[in-house]
Design a protein around this ligand. Structure first.
Ligand code: G4P
Length: 526
């Protein structure tokens, strides 16, 4: 047996991502979790990546957005007997494709909601992806130290807008200035909100009736009595706590708290680690599944990040391990090309850099040094294991630009830059069908700006971008293709896998097409 501890090591892994609308508190809660895990020593370490609310053409901010240092893309720490991997996701919605791919590499997700704002647009979008994957979703309703919306109203909104059952793990006793504590339904106790220098008991056990000892000061408080009534109501009318439903992503445990004042975060972490799943089998393209306990190593590339240093064009390919054990220097097969490659220069994301690098197992993320070998979605396997993991989702882009090199003498760096950025998943590339003109497609405008900036700064290639505006991209089967279908209202193009597609000017053009060619099926990506 290669690694006699594989089973136990895999079972201790908890790999998840935090999703939220910008400003709900993702960074703040991440920092608190890292503090508990001893991975950082003070708050403010992960910060400095203010996302989501910067001016569109602020280059420095774009740099920060795409360049959050490699180590903070995956944060690993040990807590109690678990090894926790938190995968960071970009805040700005123009980069949501990155987030979608990262969500393919996790076993569960935490959704952070601002208690004053409720479910916001981006949370809803990301939630749909997580739901589709059928992985468990845990909810943290944040900023309880501020006046927010009524807890019952928030739960109702969550159930209505997201169409998921909710189970409140705790219930706020007051909020804003009146925040007294949390009634911990799950652990039968009250967690008192007290200043940092308070040296009395913060966790008070409830009696058999679900109440605080009669002598407790809080029992004189009217908010407390209202909470008791609400909890009673929730117990009678609400859904039962159901681990199977949580595992299938059909019920979300809801925790209230305040990340900024570190209130309710530790209880959240401990309960989350108890119920969040360890890595399980991962689906392959041909409908099989590979067990994480399979001895041979396998994994897939879900993210490629360029080096922040423009003098080096090297990159880090982030690999989610799906089975077996990674060992430094091991030989693996890159399934796409059938070629062998050695995994020697590999970063692991240890809590404490001084620790000896340990081996990584299924559930962990490793960062493989890359000089242009890997593409998003690549599968790596060891030995005789021959599998290819499911493709990662691509969005159907809506914005398009024609792109050419300003200096015709510099075609080489132009091509190199484009291909590398496409491999990274930073942008999508198309060519016009006959003339092979380059068209790049994006989901958000910022992707173009980052593309242009990086072409110049990293590849020394000044590009001319001609906006084509919004287009509707629809793929067709190559057998259906007839070049005469192209007209003044659509552009016939091919994607980087040489698959044909039409870029329609608008919905009318698309409708006109489907009426003229009813037998041709038009397809989208995601
Ligand atoms: P994000 O990563 O989801 O975008 O959110 P982030 O953690 O950066 O938090 C957004 C803002 O909300 C920050 O304030 C942060 O301090 C605040 N915040 C987070 N959690 C809580 C909480 O529990 N209570 C309260 N009252 N505020 C919270 P900021 O002023 O935008 O940034 P900063 O300058 O204070 O860092």
């Amino acid at each position: 047996m290669k690694n006699p501890n594989l089973h136990q090591q895999v079972d201790s892994r908890r790999t998840f991502a935090i999703i939220s609308h910008p400003d709900a508190g993702k960074t703040t809660i991440t920092e608190q979790l890292l503090l508990f895990g001893g991975a950082i020593r003070q708050a403010g370490t992960v910060k400095g990546k203010k996302t989501g609310n910067f001016a569109k053409s602020d280059w420095m901010e774009i740099e920060k957005q795409r360049g959050i240092s490699v180590t903070s893309s995956v944060m690993q720490f040990d807590y109690q007997d678990k090894r926790v991997n938190i995968l960071d996701t970009p805040g700005h919605e123009d980069f949501s494709e990155d987030t979608y791919r990262t969500l393919m590499a996790v076993d569960s997700a935490v959704m952070v909601i601002d208690s004053a704002k409720g479910i916001e647009a981006q949370t809803k979008k990301l939630f749909q992806v997580v739901k589709k994957r059928g992985i468990p979703i845990f909810t943290f309703i944040n900023k309880l130290d501020r006046d927010g919306r009524e807890p019952l109203e928030l739960l109702e909104e969550l159930e209505d807008l997201l169409n998921i059952e909710s189970y409140p793990m705790n219930w706020p006793i007051g909020m804003g200035k009146g925040m007294e504590g949390l009634y911990d339904i799950f652990n039968d106790r009250v967690e008192l909100y007290r200043p940092e220098n308070y040296d009395g008991e913060r966790l008070v056990a409830l009696d058999a009736n679900g109440e605080l000892p009669a002598t407790h000061k809080l029992t004189e408080n009217s908010v407390y009595h209202q909470v008791l009534e609400e909890v009673e109501l929730l117990k009678e009318a609400g859904d039962e706590f159901d681990v199977d439903k949580i595992t299938r992503g059909e019920q979300t445990p809801v925790f209230f708290g305040s990340a900024l004042t570190n209130f309710g975060v530790q209880t959240f972490l401990e309960t989350f680690l108890q119920f969040a799943p360890a890595p399980h089998s991962h689906p392959t393209v041909d409908g099989q599944e590979v067990s994480p306990y399979e001895e041979e190593f396998s994994g897939f590339v879900f993210k490629i990040q360029a080096n922040m240093n423009p003098a080096h064009r090297d990159r880090i390919a982030f690999v989610r391990i799906c089975s077996g054990t990674f060992e430094r220097g091991m030989d693996v097969n890159l399934q796409r090309t059938g070629k062998k490659t050695k995994l020697s220069n590999v970063t692991q994301f240890m809590a404490d850099a001084r620790e000896n690098i340990e081996e990584a197992v299924a559930g962990d993320i490793i960062g493989v040094y890359d000089t242009g070998t890997y593409q998003i979605g690549d599968t790596l396997t060891e030995g005789k294991l021959k599998v290819e993991y499911e493709e990662l989702p691509s969005f159907t882009p809506e914005l398009f630009m024609k792109v050419t090199a300003k200096n015709v003498m510099k075609q080489k760096s132009f091509h190199k830059g484009i291909y590398q950025l496409v491999q990274e998943g930073a942008i999508q590339l198309y060519k016009t069908y006959l003339a092979d003109e380059y068209i790049i497609g994006a989901v958000g405008q910022l992707q173009f700006e980052v593309f242009q900036y990086r072409m110049l700064n990293e590849y020394n290639s000044e590009v001319i971008m001609t906006p084509m505006g919004n287009k509707i991209a629809r793929w067709i089967d190559p057998e259906d293709l007839d070049e005469r279908m192209s007209s003044s209202r659509n552009i016939l193009a091919k994607d980087r896998f040489d698959q044909p597609l039409f870029l329609f000017e608008n919905q009318f053009a698309e409708r006109w097409f489907t009426e003229k060619y009813p037998e041709v099926k038009l397809k989208t990506l995601l």
